[in-house]
Design a protein around this ligand. Structure first.
Ligand code: AMP
Length: 394
């Protein structure tokens, strides 16, 4: 089966083409709508690669470029030959709690939820529509980042605000990165030989965006991101948890607008806000040069991670595994070491020899004596979307 996975942003289209679950092509079209585009398309079978800076006026043109690349490489004559197309959709709201084939009703609901995901859902709709127009015979499937967390109990997803905000405006914790938390926890359970519906774990998706998830019997029972992907851990450019009164203080004293505060909290905070760099590799380089703010940023990051993992350890009746994934989780051995060292008294014993230098490999990295197994599991959200799409259209 040939399945295309699309991740549409407001000015970008990222894709991966699978044939019987093996990736055969991928690429990204950026700067859509700008005077100069940035396109990279590559065959993973022949290593044939196309890089272009031609302007791409809209997502429809982007989809056409993907189609002509597939024709050129011989993968497909046209997009109608696809067996299905899976779309990453960040927010499903409280009604779209499972992946589903997209019809008018689903599109309407994704649009309705756009008020609480203004950066993502409108862009997904543009990508889905472009695909529907280019390949009307192909079934489209939506896979929601929020879906895995639909099992959160009420006491975990409610905020202690007037109840009407929940009932009337849907203000509650939704959680994100669900496709990743679900994928890596299933992989880990399989690796450890534990049945998934009896598996308890804490998953740490640590990339530029970062979130933790507490999983009991294969179900998400809490997660660090909330109503939006801003809550929880400190991230590359996002602040994570804050006293919400800080925002009204800044409005009163410095007269910031809500839009400006959104930009500050989402794009100018986190590592970037504290030390001027959002990429952990740059932060590490600064620390080596003796930069005190970079050191402080890393200390804050570790501290919050430990605090959150500790709280999830407390709410789970038993913790079988701690799983590290995504850019930082898979690659940064020093972060894994520092976090686990602070959790050693709870039974998290990292084998430092195995951990050292390990990157992007599914591996058990705890000592034999460790009460909690510690693992690195590389995430693969696209593969998970392709597998879900395949099983839904079958
Ligand atoms: P992601 O969002 O999962 O693609 O993760 C991207 C982030 O992972 C980057 O911004 C870096 O902070 C981090 N990262 C990637 N590779 C490394 C590495 N080798 N060491 C430390 N951090 C890394």
């Amino acid at each position: 089966m040939k399945i295309l996975v699309l991740n549409s942003g407001s000015s970008s289209l990222k894709f991966k083409l699978y044939e019987d679950k093996y990736p055969i092509a991928n690429g990204v079209i950026e700067k859509i709508g700008e005077h100069q585009g940035k396109t990279t398309l590559q065959s993973l079978k022949t290593q044939e690669k196309v890089s272009l800076d031609d302007p791409v006026p809209n997502h429809q043109r982007g989809v056409e470029m993907i189609e002509s690349f597939f024709r050129q490489t011989g993968f497909l004559k046209n997009l109608n030959e696809l067996d299905g197309c899976g779309h990453r959709v960040v927010h499903g709201g409280k009604n779209l709690t499972k992946p589903c084939v997209i019809d008018d009703k689903v599109l309407k609901e994704i649009r309705r939820v756009a008020v609480i995901a203004p950066l993502h859902n409108p862009a997904h709709i543009i990508g889905i529509r472009a695909m529907m127009e280019a390949a009307p015979k192909v079934k489209n499937v939506a896979v929601f980042d929020t879906a895995f967390h639909s099992s959160l109990p009420e006491h975990a997803f409610m905020y202690a605000l007037p109840y009407d905000f929940y009932e009337d405006e849907g203000v509650r914790k939704y959680g994100f990165h669900g496709t990743s938390h679900s994928y890596v926890s299933k992989k880990a359970a399989e690796f450890l030989g534990i049945e998934y519906d009896k598996f308890n774990a804490i998953t740490a998706h640590l990339g530029n965006g970062a979130s933790l998830c507490a999983i009991e019997n294969g179900k998400s029972i809490d997660t660090s991101m909330g109503f939006t992907p801003l809550e929880g851990l400190m991230m590359g450019t996002r602040c994570g948890d804050l006293d919400p009164a800080i925002m009204s203080h800044l409005v009163r004293i410095l007269h910031y607008t809500t839009e400006e505060l959104d930009v500050i909290m989402n794009k100018k905070s986190g590592f970037l806000g504290i030390c001027g760099h959002n990429d952990l590799r740059d932060v590490e380089n600064l620390i080596e040069q003796g930069d005190q703010k970079a050191k402080l940023a890393k200390d804050m990051y570790i501290y919050r991670l430990v605090k959150y993992i500790g709280s999830y350890f407390a709410i789970l009746p038993r913790t079988d595994a701690l799983i590290f994934t995504a850019g930082v989780g898979e690659n940064a051995d020093d972060i894994r070491k520092l976090v686990c060292a602070k959790l050693a008294h709870l039974g998290f014993e990292l084998d430092e020899n195995i951990n050292k230098g390990l990157r992007g490999e599914l591996k058990l990295i705890s000592k034999q004596s460790s009460k909690v197994k510690i693992l690195i599991v590389p995430t693969d959200e696209e593969l998970e979307i392709a597998s879900i799409t395949e099983s839904l259209i079958k």
